[in-house]
Ligand binder design. Structure first.
Ligand SMILES: Cc1ncc(C[n+]2csc(CCOP(=O)(O)OP(=O)(O)O)c2C)c(N)n1
Length: 440
């Protein structure tokens, strides 16, 4: 077993290139085996195996800092930093966390759980490095789902200022928990199908310069235009326009290609985004076919992919799901809003029945609350389905935009109380205290 060679950070560098794909296979088999017993985040981790291996090959841990967004996809990182044994106690009380934890390993540089924090935290590290005159690389790894969260844009807006190297790796699998939504998702889709930018740029410049007499001049003139040749060729270039260099897209299951791209990225001054394309659930058929079901899964039968235990009693989510469909039928002004949690909150059935009255706003809880306030101000009856711990993100919007205006928005708060396996970042134990303070 190649995996046996890995007992601590950087051991992967002792694994020869010829064995990389075997190691990836062994990691996948290990993850499927362990998560089938303990439950956990499977599909995102299967998709990020080669990406994580490439990061560990290109960077030097714990000196360099890898900041994972959400952190649910960090299982391979845990394996490559000597925590294989921890999978026997994964997500259990006192056991290994399903998310990065600074207290668990010096290779986990930032605790996560909630979405869209990695660029802010990474930028903090990069700025501190500059001020303290230190020398290490900082890499923030963010998914296309997490990139729908506003904080990521606030961070990118700020990142354009940094003069030293700061790397953002966009792990784009075209999925949040369920389908990713919105304009950014469309933009990424365009980039997915585009040829790598550098390749096109060189190709076009070469062809133009071959035009007799005016060719060279033409290339020079295009180069001098404000935004350069890229605007003629690549749709959007959202990141470059924000002052963040763009590299990619790179095949997220081709380790050599990624290592090359990451090394290239480290040579650049300032912020650079490497766009990596991966497949959620990669290597396990049931997870490839049902990535949403295998995003976070209970223990399951590896052969069939079916859950080991059948739930017999209806829970809060089931009841809410049924009631919402009934309310929708009775009153056409009832609309439903979720921040990327249509499966978990039980809104999927409402979505199927009333697609025009269902809104998935992306991982954007603040916007979700104010958007619902707008719907209510205009005369509709919005029901916002949200997990208790994620509603924390929208405290000011609940207070300022909904309650002070006394608008009729219903917040249907799921996963309140102790939620267990996801740990401290996901406990729904603060809602009563933070919401009871609001009396208008
Ligand atoms: C603030 C917040 N809202 C919702 C979630 C629930 N959540 C966990 S992962 C995830 C989807 C993330 O998608 P992406 O970043 O593309 O990662 P992938 O799982 O596709 O690799 C969501 C909505 C969360 N962790 N934090």
């Amino acid at each position: 077993m190649v995996l046996e060679k890995i007992t601590q950070a950087n051991d992967i560098k002792k694994v020869g290139k010829a064995e990389w794909s075997l190691l990836a296979e062994e990691i996948r088999a290990f993850l499927i085996d362990k998560i089938s017993l303990s439950g956990g985040h499977l599909a995102s981790n299967l998709g990020a195996v080669e990406l994580t291996m490439a990061l560990h090959l290109a960077f030097d841990l714990p000196k360099d800092k890898i900041v994972w967004d959400v952190g649910h996809q960090s299982y391979t990182h845990k394996i490559l930093t000597g925590r294989m044994d921890g999978f026997d106690t994964l997500r259990k009380y006192g056991g290994m966390s399903g998310f990065p934890k600074r207290g668990e390993s010096e290779c986990d540089c930032f605790n996560t759980g909630h979405s869209s924090t990695s660029i802010s935290a990474g930028l903090g590290y990069a700025m501190a490095r500059q001020i303290k005159g230190e020398d290490y690389k900082v890499v923030s790894v963010i998914g296309d789902g997490a990139l729908t969260g506003g904080m990521a844009y606030e961070a990118m807006n700020n990142a354009s200022r940094i003069r030293s190297n700061f790397i953002i790796v966009l792990n784009d699998n075209n999925m949040s928990i369920s389908e990713n939504v919105g304009g950014l998702s469309k933009h990424l889709n365009n980039l997915r199908t585009a040829k790598p930018y550098q390749e096109i740029k060189t190709g076009i410049a070469n062809s133009l310069s071959r035009i007799p007499v005016c060719g060279e001049g033409l290339v020079e003139r295009i180069r001098k235009t404000k935004s350069g040749i890229k605007h003629l060729l690549v749709p959007g270039m959202l990141f470059e326009d924000m002052g963040i260099m763009y590299l990619g897209p790179v095949d997220g299951h081709n380790i050599s290609q990624m290592v090359k791209a990451f090394r290239e990225a480290t040579r650049l001054q300032g912020p650079v985004l490497v766009h990596v394309l991966t497949k959620k659930g990669k290597g396990y058929r049931p997870a490839e076919r049902h990535p949403a079901r295998f995003h976070g899964t209970d223990p399951f039968n590896i052969k069939t992919g079916l859950p080991l235990k059948k739930r017999v009693k209806a829970n809060y989510t089931d009841v809410f799901s049924t009631v919402m469909c009934k309310l929708g039928e009775r009153d056409p002004s009832v609309v439903a809003v979720t921040a990327a949690m249509s499966d978990g909150t039980g809104l999927k059935r409402f979505h199927n029945k009333y697609p025009e009255r269902f809104f998935d706003v992306g991982i954007a809880e603040g916007h979700m609350a104010t958007f619902a306030a707008g719907l209510a101000a205009a005369g509709l009856k919005p029901v916002v389905a949200v997990y208790s711990s994620f509603l924390q993100r929208a405290y000011d919007q609940v207070l300022h935009d909904v309650c002070i205006q006394n608008l009729p928005v219903v917040f249907a708060v799921d996963r309140a109380g102790l939620v267990g396996s996801d740990g401290e970042t996901h406990q729904g134990i603060f809602d009563i205290s933070y919401l009871c303070g609001i009396r208008i």
